[in-house]
Design a protein around this ligand. Sequence first.
Ligand SMILES: [Fe+2]
Ligand SMILES: [Fe+2]
Length: 249
Amino acid sequence: MKVTKRIAAVADLHCPRTSGEVLKPFFTELASQADIILLCGDLTDYGKPEEAQALVQSLAGVGRIPVLAVLGNHDYECGHAEEVERILCGSGVKMLDGTSVEIDGIGFAGVKGFAGGFGDRMLQPWGEPILKQFVHEAVEEALKLESALAKMSTASRIVLLHYAPIYATVEGEPSEIIPFLGSSRLEEPLNRYGVTAVFHGHAHHGSPEGRTREGVPVYNVAMPLLRRRFPDQQPVRFFDVPAAETVAT
Ligand SMILES: [Fe+2]
Ligand SMILES: [Fe+2]
């Protein structure tokens, strides 16, 4: 018998130090509606350990529902990204960074990603060393994603990113900042490995959904965007994904 699991994905919580009790009802409600929760970066506002503690407090009502996450650029701001990660891991959140995990026969790969722009206008590694270093970071993140996907053997493959892999889901942002919101270098592995769906954040004023060149669905789940675009709904994207087959008895 085919079964499905319901994913709830959201990004850009930007948890301040005081968010603990504020976000708790939101996550408790999600846990009653979904089987797996994905958090796609900018988990904290400045990457402070006490902000990560506040998120842990918010997640207390989630119970045994698996929570998977990647970091975002905000989680690096204060230079304590490792500690933020350690605090979240300690509370049971599965942090992905070029790694993958399998839950109920569904594979999940995650990486933060990086900037650099899209399509023909993508930044190229040419000229000053610092510019080459910038492009190198995007290439490295794409390689980490590729390596995580290469190790997966599940039929369903879900990807978590913070930065956008396609232009379509940043469309709506001011044109001046679009190259800082993602990179087409992240798109290649998604197409090559026939990913089932991709969730990202970072583009608070982008568009909620798009597709890669090969038709892979991409969802921008930045909480501020979802709140604005769907004011009557919870600021989260639900997605049903086929899980491992079970034998009917
Ligand atoms: Fe953000
Ligand atoms: Fe961000």
